[in-house]
Write a protein that binds this ligand. Structure first.
Ligand code: HEC
Length: 106
């Protein structure tokens, strides 16, 4: 009985030890699909493999963690010189692009 209590306590502590802002994880299939969409639709402005060509477009490798809503919103509605993509991409597809951008960071 005592042993069980110790085991339960250890499990609780292990759970609590996870950082609150644990890195997001993505399904490899989502990343692969996002990569394909990126090459078709985003690459001519954001560069092959997100390596910015030095134009006015945002360097996607610097997009901050944990701002999925901002990403979804900017890509859907556009931002300054970036055109909106909400009419050509579904929210699921934009989610896959987010997975690619965040999931393939170094
Ligand atoms: C016509 C060129 C163009 C295309 C196509 C384009 N972008 Fe952009 N993108 C830009 C520019 C320019 C900016 C910088 C906007 C600004 O002034 O903040 C930007 C900014 C962004 C940002 C940062 C937004 C923010 O909240 O700061 C994200 C994320 C992004 N683009 C993702 C994408 C994705 C994903 C695609 C493909 C679906 C895409 N872009 C296609 C030009 C483009």
């Amino acid at each position: 009985m005592r042993l069980l209590a110790v085991a339960a306590l250890a499990l609780t502590l292990a759970g609590a030890a996870l950082p609150a802002n644990a890195k997001e994880t993505f399904d490899p299939a989502q990343i692969a699909h996002g990569k394909k969409l990126f090459a078709e639709i985003c690459r001519h402005c954001h560069g092959a493999n997100m390596v910015n060509m030095g134009g006015g477009s945002f360097d996607l490798r610097t997009f901050p963690e944990g701002q999925r809503d901002r990403f979804m919103n900017s890509v859907t509605k556009g931002k300054n010189n970036m055109p909106p993509h909400g009419d050509v991409l579904s929210q699921d597809e934009i989610g896959d692009l987010y997975a690619y951008v965040m999931g393939s960071k170094p």
